[in-house]
Design a binder for this molecule. Structure first.
Ligand SMILES: Nc1ncnc2c1ncn2[C@@H]1O[C@H](COP(=O)(O)OP(=O)(O)OP(=O)(O)O)[C@@H](O)[C@H]1O
Ligand SMILES: [Mg+2]
Length: 292
């Protein structure tokens, strides 16, 4: 049976919920979630990590834990939500972790009732934490969009590849049109440098500005860093394995912005990088394709 956590309640304030999502897969969400969790924990922001990438959750590998209980057992009523919270200990960092269910013959889509069940389970255990990080999995299908829309802060991860940017746009569009999300924070991962990352942001922001009535901020640029791959091979979050790497430094910046800005939740006026670079828009055209 998994160890359960016994944090004391933190007054009336509910934790800040942060979803990490993307249109395209493999852009670095899980590594970002794992590394953010390490840094938030080290900074005293007690994180609960929820792996909502049903069927393809990888965070158990990055935390190097072998959970016995997952969300499916909670949804079936076999165990109470508290028992699905596994403890990931990484040095001084202690992270609460709810693993994703493995794929089964029914595939990975949850019914609306099951989605609500996941939310309720997290509500039930989440008050013990100061922050909740949700890895939504990739794509614009119902699960990732639902879990992203439920969060206070929606981080959309893209790489500089145009395919990844186009799919990030699709996710933003679906989250706005189907779920009314009006504010997003872009993470550019695998950037060659800060300028490269800001250019990616500028291009995407200019298209979003033109076609969607939403806010898109830039919360961070993460460099391409081969230590990230090395960390994965050793089953560790990069920010834990290589705490002084450029990647860890950049994730620390995102953690700081998450916990110090915009605590007033939806509708809050705090924004980062409000001055968007101009003159860098390439297309001026709404992306085409099935989801757009
Ligand atoms: N900044 C980076 N520099 C170098 N490699 C990276 C970086 N970020 C992620 N990677 C590598 O990219 C791959 C995908 O990362 P990860 O599993 O975190 O993506 P994901 O978005 O969670 O994927 P999926 O959509 O399949 O869940 C991993 O092999 C990881 O090591
Ligand atoms: Mg992943």
């Amino acid at each position: 049976m998994s160890a359960t956590l016994a944090y004391e309640p933190q007054g009336d304030s509910s934790p800040l919920t942060v979803a990490v999502t993307s249109g395209k897969g493999g852009v670095g969400k899980s590594q970002l979630v794992a590394s953010l969790a390490v840094i938030l924990s080290q900074d005293g922001h007690r994180p609960l990590v929820v792996d909502a990438d049903i069927g393809c959750g990888d965070l158990d590998i990055l935390f190097d834990v072998r959970p016995q209980v997952d969300l499916r057992s909670v949804l079936s009523g076999a165990v109470p939500p508290e028992e699905a919270v596994t403890r990931a200990n990484l040095g001084d960092a202690e992270i609460g972790f709810i693993p994703a269910p493995a794929a089964n013959r029914d595939g990975s889509e949850l019914t609306r009732g099951e989605q609500m069940g996941v939310l309720q389970a997290v509500d039930q255990v989440g008050w013990r934490y100061r922050s909740v990080l949700v890895d939504t999995g990739a794509g614009v299908s119902r699960n990732p969009m639902f879990f992203a829309a439920a969060a206070d802060r929606v981080l959309v991860v893209t790489t500089p590849e145009p395919t990844s940017m186009q799919d990030a746009y699709a996710a933003i569009k679906v989250l706005h049109q189907a779920h009314g999300v009006g504010r997003f924070e872009l993470v550019v991962n695998q950037a060659r440098n800060l300028r490269d990352g800001k250019g990616v942001y500028a291009r995407l922001a200019s298209v979003v500005d033109r076609f969607l009535p939403v806010e898109l901020g830039l919360i961070g640029v993460l460099p391409k860093d081969e230590r990230v791959e090395r960390a994965v091979m050793s089953r560790q979050p990069a920010a834990y394995a290589y705490p002084v790497s450029p990647y860890a430094h950049a994730v620390r910046g995102i953690a700081r912005r998450l916990m110090t800005d915009g605590q007033d939740r939806p509708g809050g006026q705090l924004r980062w990088f409000t001055t968007r670079p101009v003159g860098d828009a390439v297309d001026g055209q709404e992306p085409t394709g099935e989801q757009r």
